[in-house]
Design a protein around this ligand. Structure first.
Ligand code: ADP
Ligand code: MG
Length: 227
């Protein structure tokens, strides 16, 4: 199994209130899966994705990635883990406004000690794959939403991650651009990347290989799509 979550719990505590964002989550994800996560606002989807991305830690439970127990790793080890294994795509793109498209993408490689020439070549390849090469020198504000999301996908994949985490990647896009983003994600999955995507779109969830529905911090349904 690529990922095994068991008894994952995430509590948020403040002085007054305690919120159980995740409640005893059990989830296994195999290499090569394309999983869609659905559920109403506030049910814990982003919390689950953040824990899978190790940018948040569970308050209880175990997260195994391959043979590694990640809940026992310190922050430096997790940063390395993220760099080597993960690509993130967000609803609001999260590109850096002051950098061009190619600079945004290249930034994902800067901490990897990859020679400049190799970096350049990989950035060019990532831009080609999502059809954004003609906007390489543009700034995010000069791009449409669809183009920004494709640039963000190029940034997520330039390090050739095994796992892509996408939190409502089509949530801010019109139908046509949403379809383009889904086409790209399906191609990446066909090429071997494991994808976990939160979505509110039933038709986009149907394009995944499996769907889980969440409610009140729990997984209530898991179905394998017939594709
Ligand atoms: N930093 C936080 N502090 C306190 N409560 C939080 C925090 N982040 C999320 N929550 C709560 O956890 C629950 C799940 O939130 P979230 O994972 O963002 O849901 P979703 O992505 O499904 O809309 C919600 O009740 C939310 O209010
Ligand atoms: Mg969310």
């Amino acid at each position: 199994m690529l990922i095994t979550l068991s008894h994952i719990q995430r509590l948020y505590r403040s002085d007054e209130v305690e919120t159980t964002a995740l409640h005893d989550i059990e989830l296994e994800i195999a290499q090569g899966e394309f999983l869609a996560i659905m559920g109403p606002s506030g049910c814990g989807k982003s919390t689950l994705l953040n824990i899978l991305g190790t940018i948040d830690r569970p308050t209880a439970g175990s997260y195994r990635f391959g043979e590694e127990e990640l809940t026992k790793r310190d922050e430096a080890a997790l940063a390395r883990f993220r760099r080597e294994n993960l690509g993130y795509i967000f609803q609001s793109f999260n590109l850096i406004d002051e950098l061009t498209v190619e600079e945004n993408i290249e930034l994902a490689l800067v901490y990897r000690k990859i020679p400049k020439a190799v970096r350049r070549e990989r950035v060019a390849r990532a831009m080609d794959r999502v059809g954004i090469a003609h906007r390489a020198r543009h700034y995010p504000s000069q791009l449409s939403g669809g183009q920004q999301q494709r640039a963000a996908i190029a940034r997520a994949i330039v390090g050739e991650p095994r796992l892509i985490l996408a939190d409502e990647p089509t949530g801010n896009l019109d139908t046509e651009n949403g379809t383009q983003v889904m086409d790209i994600l399906q191609t990446l999955n066909d090429e071997g990347a494991t994808i976990i995507m939160v979505t509110h779109s039933p038709s986009h969830a149907d394009l995944a290989k499996r769907r889980v529905d969440m409610l009140d911090g729990q997984i209530v349904i898991s179905v394998r799509n017939a594709i």
